[in-house]
Write a new protein. Structure first.
Length: 249
């Protein structure tokens, strides 16, 4: 049985004061939730979140991670550092990292490996642009992004990882993939993994991300191959985020 996971990706938002309010609401409501919940704040707030969430059962994640273990990499954050601040998850390959910070499939696979070797659970984000969808290449893009990781670390590595399907055209746009559109891609991702290992595929959690809101979460999470969500904008508002978590119950 795959337990649903709802993870909030705060992106570059928050202040100590706003975070304190949001984190205390999430921690207080957590016992009512049957799904697994995680939050991914900006790096400087990980310590704050670690303290605020202690004992709540809510997991902590980072929004990215360096592919390097340590050394002269100004501005980078290693997986070992994230572990010291209580992180369990690290997002890798978010489309904003790919599009705005030049992360290639190769770099994403290296980050996946570095995170996992250190003991973090990577959340591998994949997704096509609108242009790629309109050109009919959605599945080939997703297959390529996933293959880059599978070729580097092997299918067994996915037994300790999460995949998030995030169509780029649905991120932050208010346009959500329909439950059927999302299900089709989730099914294709699971099939690609199943071709290598059926057991790993059947246990793999595949999240949907891209304008998930309280109004559409239930329908999305009701799809056979959708195991929860990666939530951006709606994760910044306690009521919305908690409603989405309840939709995964
Ligand atoms: P969104 O972002 O929910 O604001 O569309 C999702 C994400 O980028 O992870």
């Amino acid at each position: 049985m795959r337990r649903k996971l709802v993870a909030g990706n705060w992106k570059m938002h928050g202040t100590l004061q706003k975070n304190a309010v949001l984190l205390s609401r999430i921690a207080a409501e957590a016992p009512r939730l049957n799904c697994e919940v995680a939050v991914c704040p900006p790096y400087p707030y990980l310590g704050q979140a670690q303290l605020a969430l202690a004992g709540s059962g809510v997991a902590l994640g980072a929004q990215s991670v360096s592919e390097h273990a340590s050394g002269a990499f100004t501005g980078e954050i290693s997986a070992a550092m994230l572990l010291e601040f209580g992180c369990h998850y690290a997002l890798v390959g978010h489309s904003e990292r790919r599009a705005l910070f030049g992360e290639t499939d190769y770099v994403v696979a290296a980050k996946f490996e570095a995170a996992q070797m250190a003991g973090l659970v990577p959340v591998l984000c994949v997704g096509e642009t609108l242009q790629e969808r309109e050109a009919g290449s959605t599945i080939s893009v997703i297959t390529r992004q996933l293959s880059a990781v599978l070729e580097r670390v092997g299918v067994q590595a996915l037994a300790k990882a999460v995949v998030a399907y995030e169509p780029v055209w649905a991120i932050g746009t208010g346009v959500t993939a329909s439950p059927a559109q999302a299900q089709d891609v989730h099914e294709a991702i699971r099939a690609q993994v199943a071709a290598l290992d059926i057991g790993v595929a059947s246990e793999l959690r595949i999240l949907y991300g891209g304008s998930v809101k309280p109004e559409n979460a239930k329908q999305l999470f009701g799809q056979r191959d959708i195991d929860g969500g990666l939530i951006g904008g709606a994760a910044l508002m306690a009521d919305d985020f908690l409603t989405i978590c309840l939709a995964a119950n």
